[in-house]
Design a protein around this ligand. Structure first.
Ligand SMILES: C[S@@+](CC[C@H](N)C(=O)[O-])C[C@H]1O[C@@H](n2cnc3c(N)ncnc32)[C@H](O)[C@@H]1O
Length: 209
């Protein structure tokens, strides 16, 4: 893990204001997110980078899009020729999918409803901060442990999970690293693109089973 960075975001993020993601993404806000070409463009760029970090060697692979929202990442994964399973905790997001042969599921990242060793890769774009953001919150810590165990179970050996997310500071990253190391055999760490540019900074967690 790279330790040569420092960040501490002062501005309150949505997940600090809304305890439950279902209260934040609803009604007009959900519709605006799902229909925004600008957000689609940003999420696509992040997905491409996440895929680069996955370094998938296989030509045929089954990829899980965890916290898929309206499906921006799934669309790209399908487009480049892989099979995708997509899920989100918010049912209303899933009706925006316009990929015919893709049937997204309602599911929770902390309790994945899939068989062990099912996926050649997992991608999760801009969702993890909703699950773990407060190092003092025991319930949140437990959910993050559940997520790690669940992701470990459904990944095939030698496969990777790539998360892009928005942590508030590097203390959270340290806690995450300790939780992952003490609860799983995942290898990996964080990669931070543009660490010194707050507007362009993108944080990825890479976990390999
Ligand atoms: C900012 S959106 C990103 C959606 C999509 N990945 C994208 O790139 O556009 C965050 C998503 O995480 C989902 N999410 C948050 N907590 C979740 C959980 N426990 N299980 C599944 N999805 C969750 C939300 O419902 C929301 O769709």
């Amino acid at each position: 893990m790279n330790d040569d960075y420092y960040f501490d975001i002062k501005k309150k993020r949505p997940e600090e204001i809304y305890k439950n993601v279902l209260d934040y993404f609803s009604g007009e806000r959900l519709e605006n997110y799902a229909n925004s070409k600008n957000i689609q463009r940003i999420q696509l760029k992040i997905t491409k980078r996440a895929f680069e970090l996955m370094q998938l060697q296989k030509k045929e692979a089954l990829i899980l899009d965890a916290g898929c929202g309206p499906g921006f990442a799934s669309f790209y994964i399908k487009h480049i020729g892989y099979n995708v399973v997509a899920f989100d905790i918010i049912k209303d997001f899933l009706s925006y999918f316009d990929i015919n042969d893709l049937n997204p599921l309602v599911a929770d990242m902390t309790a994945l409803p899939f068989k062990p060793n099912s996926f050649d890769g997992i991608i999760s774009i801009s969702a993890l901060q909703w699950i773990y953001r407060d190092t003092k919150n025991k319930e949140m810590t437990k959910l993050f442990v559940d997520l790690i165990l669940s992701f470990y179970k459904v990944l095939k050996f030698g496969s990777k999970a790539i998360f892009q997310f928005y942590p508030k500071n590097e203390i959270i990253l340290e806690h995450m690293k300790n939780i992952i190391n003490s609860n799983s055999n995942f290898k990996g760490g964080f990669i931070i693109d543009n660490p010194n540019n707050p507007k362009k900074r993108k944080i990825f967690l890479i976990l390999e089973k």
